[in-house]
Design a protein around this ligand. Sequence first.
Ligand code: NAP
Ligand code: 3JN
Length: 342
Amino acid sequence: MNQGKNKYNVAVAGATGAVGGAMLEVLERCDFPLNELRLLASARSVGKKLKFKGQDIEVQELTMDAFSGIDIALFSAGAARSLQFGPAAAAAGAVVVDNSSGFRMDPDIPLVVPEVNPHAIAQYKKRGIIANPNCSTIQMLVALKPIHDAAGIKRIVVSTYQAVSGSGAKAIEELKGQVMDYAAGKKMENSVYPHQIAFNCLPHIDSFLDNGYTKEEMKMVNETHKIFEDSSIGVTATTVRVPVFYGHSESINIETKNKLSAEDVKELLRHATGVKLVDDPHNNKYPLAIDCAGQFETLVGRIREDESIDNGINMWVVSDNILKGAALNAVQIAEVVGRDYL
Ligand code: NAP
Ligand code: 3JN
């Protein structure tokens, strides 16, 4: 525990975006100890005012020298901006918490989910930067960490059902527009996705790689290895975009080294930090995307033994992709940085 500051100067780069807006919401909900809050975005947004705790704060331009006096810089302006401005922010003395994929696999930069590997935060001192994982990885590992600690996970097979908000504001509008057009009997238009997303499922998130997987799928594989500090765990992912506005759902099948019953897993998750067990199928209670919006916890249910192998468990994991999947995880990292390191 440090004896340093108890209020921090925080910058949000990408403050006008979907994730940036959620960062402001989370900073407010957590009553983050702020001295100054500096809001940064592109030149297009300069002068625009955003509300924080009832006050209007003017947006400034994200530039190389926008970080003087900043203690913690939360980035969600895309990987290109993180790579361009993140090191400048760190050189100015800020601890950068970056939401993009720009630095995630850099061996000198910790990749952190506070419920899973908070000890890795200490490594930020090398480069002054901490990376936030991909949303689909975060919620999966929050649910799997207690099981991995108890029984050792050998293999993970995951299929995701990802909300359109993960593709930003334009994708939300595209789904709404298609639903309205369908109801009005009009032709549905698509521009964000290569196909109609309304009433459809697209097995395609981010671009395709030479191995046949998508980048989103390989993010889940590589980030799991880095966060669990074990690249011997077998991980295979299929990521699917579904016509849901908020909340990513995941069907997860795991094989453990030691046997756990479904009851053992429920008991572990009942007491796990950041997890809410919602598992009463006979009363139709299981995690639902429409219930997770706005919640900080990751919902887990449908826990059952996989009867096709010796040590297998199936589960259904749902979380607010913009909160725990992005903004909340970043602010939780910032809380630890402030409390333990500044
Ligand atoms: P968004 O709604 O499109 O917002 C983008 C933000 O970046 C806006 O504030 C925008 O400012 C700013 N920006 C864009 N170009 C810029 C430039 N040249 N200079 C300065 N600022 C610029 O996108 P989003 O959904 O919030 O996502 C933002 C990023 O967060 C993504 O690209 C991704 O890297 C990350 N993300 C991570 C996860 C995760 O899984 N952890 C999930 C979603 C997103 P203007 O309004 O001025 O254009
Ligand atoms: O598609 C989703 O549901 C999550 C999207 C994440 C995302 C979107 C644009 C760029 C990322 C990410 O966090 O991996 C990035 C990126 O930074 O590469």
